[in-house]
Design a protein around this ligand. Structure first.
Ligand code: CO
Ligand code: ZN
Length: 332
């Protein structure tokens, strides 16, 4: 599974430009799905199973886009200014490397660091090593993601775009491990989450699920001096989301997930996230409303080029989802 994770996190795919990562995912799914389609916003939807008497139509959503940058201006010396795609923190940019969709690489620079001053995005520029505007291979509208190789620290894994490629890896692994299901399961590899859950919104409308789950990363509360107190910690198990600032998970589904984890002896933690959102909201708010929940992976340094997760949490999230999808879901 680690080689799958490496492949997924190292492929660029800022929101709206998910065509490369979608191909990687399609190949990884192989013949484990009954049917694969791509909707108008580019989300890849892999269907598995037929709905039995006790089954439901279930949507599982993992977003495949990542935060990135888009070129807005190129100056006479070949330096490119940019705007953000999704939540970019300027603090994590300076000295970073970027990879454009066509393979062009560059570094992020600024004119000098002033002590104690946090740079703004407008202070930063991309330097691809050009000596003039004419020599610069970039054009306005080109997009890039961060470039950072996957780092396997054993139990802990580090990469850019663990948010949310780790969930894509989990969903693919669930497809591979799921032997039988009473449900009609739609695995949605959604686009444009980082710019407002856009892919999951149209995918949820199209799938029209009876129940849905997002799979995403969440903040971890286990770093030395976190100012916002939070219980989630790396290695304490997949987190069953109770709420974030985008939606409140259906309490019946939360109960069901907790009971399922307990019954199967899978470690879990409860997640109460004060700020942040996931595809769970898009599922819940589609059509006339859908019971929705979310399985989260605690992650350190989210939206930096070095996001860290715990491999046991990943493994246990796969087990929990396989278990949930293998049995009838009871909401009462
Ligand atoms: Co994110
Ligand atoms: Zn995410």
């Amino acid at each position: 599974m680690k080689s799958l994770i490496k492949k997924l996190v190292e492929t660029p795919g800022p929101s709206g430009f998910e065509y490369q990562i979608r191909d990687v995912i399609r190949e990884a799914i192989g013949n484990t799905a009954d049917e694969i389609r791509v909707d108008a916003l580019g989300s890849l939807i892999a269907k598995r199973g037929t709905r039995s008497e006790s089954g439901m139509r279930v949507m599982i959503s993992a977003h495949i886009d990542e935060i990135g940058l888009m070129v807005t201006h190129i100056d006479d010396n070949g330096f490119a200014r940019f705007t953000n795609i999704g939540g970019i923190n300027p603090l994590t940019c300076y000295g970073g490397r970027v990879l454009f969709m066509d393979g062009t690489r560059g570094v992020i620079g600024m004119d000098g660091i002033e002590r104690g001053k946090t740079p703004k995005l407008t202070d930063l520029f991309i330097d691809v090593g050009a000596t003039s505007k004419e020599d610069c291979p970039l054009k306005v509208s080109d997009v890039c993601g961060f470039e950072r190789p996957f780092l396997d620290l054993g139990k802990r894994l580090v990469a850019k775009s663990m948010d949310d490629r780790i969930a894509a890896a989990i969903a693919i692994e669930v497809l591979r491990k799921l032997e039988s299901t009473p449900h009609e399961v739609h695995f949605v590899f959604s686009t444009q989450e980082e710019v407002g859950l856009r892919g999951a919104t149209t995918a949820a409308f199209g799938v029209d699920p009876d129940v849905g789950f997002a799979v995403d990363v969440t903040l971890s509360g286990d770093t030395p001096r976190r100012s916002t107190k939070m219980m989630t910690a790396l290695g304490d198990g997949p987190a069953i989301k109770v709420r974030d600032s985008s939606f409140i998970a259906d309490p019946r589904l939360v109960d069901w997930m907790v009971k399922t984890a307990q019954g199967a002896g899978i470690p879990y933690q409860l997640e109460v996230l004060e700020a942040g959102g996931t595809d769970g909201r898009a599922i819940q708010m589609t059509r006339s409303g859908v019971p929705a929940g979310c399985v989260s992976i605690a992650c350190r340094y989210i939206h930096s080029p070095s996001e860290m997760v715990d491999f046991d949490d990943v493994d246990n999230a796969v087990k929990l989802l396989v278990k949930i999808l293998s049995e009838p879901i009871k909401l009462d």
